[in-house]
Every structure is written in structure tokens, then in C-alpha cells.
Design a protein around this ligand. Structure first.
Ligand code: SGN
Ligand code: CA
Length: 522
């Protein structure tokens, strides 16, 4: 009897310590998700607009994804996709709208990790029109879009607390506080939701004017006239016309307004005002008009946008240093991505939404020393539905069959051919506010992109990405495109079936019926 109990004790001890070891060796997951950060402004993507040493460091020590795409280029839908591994029509979140809150009780990957003894947290911008609830062990989130200066945060007791300082620094501080206090017997999964670089761009005081000595080259399609592209012509998101002088460019600002300036401390406001007063005066003296005005706006846009990104990159450096100092770097996968891409004057635009490359694609870099060789470049098309399956696979948690993405881990195995998707499916819905971008869905293959716009007007666009990477020439009506269109439509139909997008399916069926009865129209 005595022998048996010693044996049992020994067994339990061994079992528990093996379990503890397994827990400890399971990787930590750290996701830094920025907002509206354009890959065109990141050094690792070849940009010379500004230095981004810390994002570049993740790419250099890990992997750079050159074809990372989103399902629906908008903040809330992108976050819902990250959490669920599903397209908008499946997770229910299609637009940014208070009337379309995220159902946080549905299956989200962090709850599955939590059930497998991961310590989980979301800190920063959430923007899902609900609160994170029990999908995480811990959360502290910005109300709605949040504020750059002295922001409020909502805590788990539904308590709202204002913190003095600059948003990106505060989000880093709260994130490191949680990491310091977390239950270290468990691996962790932390999502840091950055506010930067969302409109309207308010840089940290120390970064004001950081790029004032630079004149940024205008993108060569800044003066796009949108021929053959009806939706592109009809949008309301141009630097020239949509950008608001006071709100976006900070000229002739009323600093007594409550909103974004009213919350600044007098000391912050004094520094801020001194900087922008000079710009305002210069603007008033010049009476810019026409192209000169558009180009002045573009320069100011770039200076403020990049200065806002400066704090983002610096804070990523702080987080990477923390992982080094605490010995966590080796066993932590670090992911940096934006919720979608963004226009930096291409087609004359800011904002996102369109299925064109600058907003369909998003920056994505990852570091995980145990599985990713430094300097890896992944060209295969990944989509943000792949995040959830990837994180679950990393943690050794089975991926539920209804998640629509694929784990990207096999892409890291050098020399191994992995069965991978050939096309990227996309569906955007929000219309008409705030930027009047017509709803559309479509498919991108390695060479072509076929888009169906609906709502505003019904029409097709086709691009040859090899010959026309800036998507200036819609070749849908060219006679030489007919075979390509046939193939692309077949592929589009297959993707719609695969992802069970019934709304798109109905639209497509209607179009096909219409062509049959009116063969000269599409
Ligand atoms: C706000 C912005 C828009 C932006 C949306 C969505 N206007 O409405 O420019 O497209 O957010 O952005 S603002 O006047 O409030 O700045 S998202 O990143 O949240 O999807
Ligand atoms: Ca966004």
C-alpha cells in the first residue's frame, strides 16, 4: 500500500512537471496591430519616406510578407476577421457602425487559447462597438476610435479612466504592465491595438516637425482622372478635396473646441499650437489654389502621418527591448500588422476600402526564432483569415473546421512545397458614408484582379497587375481580355462557393442571368 502511494505521488509529480514544461515551452503570441499604416511608408518594404528601424528589425530577424491581404479593408471588419478567422459575412461584422456590433460570444481564437491555459489580453484600440467580455482574461480598450492625447480607456469593470500622455506610449505602458503582472505559469497571447496611424493625425509633441525638412515626391498617379473606373471617380477620399483644412491639416484651428484639443493640458496645447500656428500663418500668406493647394495639402498630410508613425515605430522598439530584457524573445512570436493598408496620395487619395493594392494589402512582419529563419520573404498570398488558425496551430490547439483561413506555419519550412491558395477573395460593404466607396467584391490571382462593383452602379473591372501594377487601366472591355475574364469569373465563383458568400453569389447569378437575356451587356 505504501509502495503504491509513493508510486502515485511520483506519477502525479512527473505528470504535473511534464505539463508545466509543456506549458512553458508553448510559444507566447504577441500581436501588434496598428491602424491604417501604409506599407509604402515602411523601410522593410523598400520605402525611403522615413526610417522604421524597429518594424524593419522584426522583418530582418524573421519574415516579411509581400502579399498579405485583408478580407474587407476597414477597421472593425478587419479586427473581427483577426479574431474569428472568418470573412465578414460569416462573423457578422461588415461595416464600422454602432448598429453592427461584433458578437463577441461567437468563437474567437483567444477564447480557445484561454481554454488551453493561455493568459490572454487585448490592450488599446478595439473598435468593435462592444467590449471584449470574456474573450480575454484581461482587457483595457479605447472607447470607439480613441484619442491621441490624454486618452480615456475602458477597463473590465466598465470603468472609464483618463490617462495623461500620448496614446502610443500609454498603450505600450499598459501592455508592459500586464506582461509584468501576468500569470507566468502560462504562455501568453497579447494583442496590442494601436491607434496610430489613424486619422486625424496628431503626432507626439517630440515628433512635431520631424520630417519638415523633407519634400515628399508626389505619387505619379496623384492626379489620376479615373478613366474607365466609375467607383474610383465617385469616391470622397481625395487629399485635394476631402481633406479638411482645420481637422486634417491643423490650419486655423479653434483650440477651444472640446474634442481633440480641449482634452490637452495647457502645456501640451502650448507646444502643439506654437508648431501649427507657424504652418497656419504660412498657409494664410500663400493663398494656395488648384494644384499648388493640393500639393501643399499632400506635403502636410505626409509630414503629420509619418510623424505619427514615428512614435509607433519607436514604441515597437520599446516592446522588442522588453522581450530581450526579460528573456522572452526566443519563445515569443511577434507579429506586426496593420488592420489594412492605406493610400499615401496614390490615385490622389488617403483612406482605404478599395480592392486596389494599397488598401487590399497590409504590412505584415513576423519574428519567431524557433521556426522562422531570419530574412525570410514570403510571397504567397496570405489573408487575415489566416491569423487565427496560425496562432491556434502554434499553440497546438486544433483549428475548428469552420475557420476559413489556413495556418501559415508550413510556409516557413524552407524548400517544402505547400498546397496554398491561388487567389485572394475580397468583399467590401460600407456605403455611402463616410467616403462614398461603392460596395464590391472580387478576386486577385498572381497576375489579374477582377472586381464587381454593385450598389452605386453595377460594373466590372479587370486589371493586369503585371503590366499595370498601379491599376490605372481597366481592361474589362478589351477584346483581348475575354478569355481571361472567363477564367477569372470561374475562379471568382469557386471562391464565393468556398467561403459561402451568399450575397455575392446572388449578385453574380443576377449578372449572369442578365447577360444571357441581354448578350451585348455585362
Ligand atoms: C472615421 C474617419 C474616416 C475613416 C473611418 C474608418 N473619419 O470615420 O476617415 O475612414 O473612421 O476608419 S474621421 O473624420 O473620424 O477621422 S477605421 O480605421 O476605423 O476603419
Ligand atoms: Ca483602420
Amino acid at each position: 500500500m505504501k509502495k503504491l502511494s509513493v508510486f502515485l505521488l511520483l506519477y502525479c509529480f512527473t505528470f504535473l512537471s511534464v505539463q508545466a514544461q509543456q506549458q512553458a515551452s508553448r510559444p507566447n503570441i504577441l500581436v501588434i496591430l496598428s491602424d491604417d499604416h501604409a506599407y509604402q511608408s515602411i523601410g522593410a518594404y523598400g520605402s525611403t519616406l522615413m526610417p522604421t528601424p524597429n518594424i524593419d528589425r522584426i522583418a530582418r530577424e524573421g519574415a516579411l510578407f509581400t502579399n498579405a491581404n485583408v478580407t474587407n479593408s476597414l477597421c472593425a471588419p478587419s479586427r473581427a476577421t483577426l479574431l474569428t478567422g472568418k470573412y465578414s459575412h460569416e462573423n457578422g461584422l461588415k461595416v464600422n457602425n454602432i448598429s453592427n456590433p461584433f458578437n463577441v460570444d461567437q468563437q474567437v481564437f483567444t477564447r480557445l487559447l484561454k481554454q488551453q491555459q493561455y493568459a490572454t489580453a487585448w490592450i488599446g484600440k478595439w473598435h468593435l462597438q462592444t467590449l471584449p467580455g470574456n474573450a480575454f482574461d484581461y482587457w483595457k480598450v479605447l472607447p470607439d476610435q480613441g484619442q491621441y492625447y490624454n486618452p480615456a480607456f475602458i477597463g473590465m469593470q466598465n470603468d472609464t479612466m483618463r490617462t495623461e500622455g500620448y496614446i502610443t506610449d500609454i498603450i505600450t505602458k499598459f501592455s508592459l504592465d500586464w506582461l509584468n503582472k501576468r500569470d507566468t505559469s502560462k504562455p501568453f497571447c497579447l494583442v496590442i491595438g494601436e491607434k496610430a496611424t489613424h486619422r486625424s493625425w496628431l503626432p507626439d509633441l517630440q515628433d512635431l516637425g520631424a520630417y519638415d525638412d523633407k519634400t515628399f515626391p508626389l505619387p505619379d498617379n496623384f492626379y489620376d482622372t479615373y478613366e474607365g473606373r466609375l467607383a474610383a471617380k465617385d469616391q470622397d477620399m481625395t487629399v485635394a478635396k476631402t481633406m479638411v483644412n482645420s481637422f486634417d491639416l491643423k490650419v486655423d484651428v479653434n483650440y477651444n473646441e472640446p474634442g481633440m484639443y480641449g482634452r490637452m493640458t495647457p502645456a501640451q496645447k502650448a507646444v502643439f499650437k506654437a508648431y501649427y500656428d507657424k504652418i497656419s500663418k504660412d498657409f494664410d500668406n500663400h493663398h494656395y489654389e488648384g494644384r499648388a493647394l493640393a500639393e501643399w495639402k499632400y506635403q502636410r498630410y505626409m509630414k503629420d502621418y509619418l510623424a505619427t508613425a514615428r512614435s509607433l515605430d519607436r514604441n515597437i522598439g520599446v516592446i522588442l527591448d522588453y522581450l530581450d530584457k526579460t528573456g522572452l524573445a526566443q519563445n515569443t512570436i511577434v507579429v506586426y500588422a496593420s488592420d489594412q493598408g492605406f493610400y499615401l496620395g496614390e490615385h490622389g487619395w488617403f483612406d482605404k476600402r478599395f480592392m486596389y493594392e494599397e488598401s487590399l494589402r497590409t504590412p505584415l512582419v513576423m519574428r519567431y526564432p524557433k521556426a522562422i529563419k531570419p530574412g525570410t520573404v514570403i510571397k504567397s498570398p496570405v489573408v487575415n483569415i489566416d491569423f487565427a488558425p496560425t496562432f491556434l496551430s502554434l499553440a497546438g490547439v486544433p483549428v475548428p473546421a469552420d475557420m476559413q483561413g489556413q495556418s501559415i506555419l508550413p510556409l516557413f519550412k524552407p524548400g517544402k512545397q505547400t498546397a496554398w491558395r491561388k487567389g485572394v477573395y475580397y468583399h467590401y460593404y460600407e456605403f455611402p458614408e463616410p467616403h462614398h466607396v461603392s460596395p464590391h467584391f472580387g478576386i486577385k490571382t498572381d497576375r489579374y484582379k477582377l472586381i464587381r462593383f454593385y450598389g452605386l452602379a453595377d460594373f466590372w473591372e479587370l486589371y493586369d497587375l503585371q503590366k499595370d501594377p498601379k491599376e490605372m487601366h481597366n481592361i474589362y472591355n478589351a477584346s483581348s481580355s475575354q478569355q481571361i475574364i472567363k477564367n477569372m469569373k470561374r475562379e471568382l465563383k469557386a471562391q464565393i462557393e468556398l467561403y459561402k458568400d451568399n450575397e455575392a453569389k446572388e449578385i453574380l447569378e443576377r449578372v449572369i442571368k442578365h447577360i444571357r437575356t441581354n448578350p451585348d451587356r455585362s
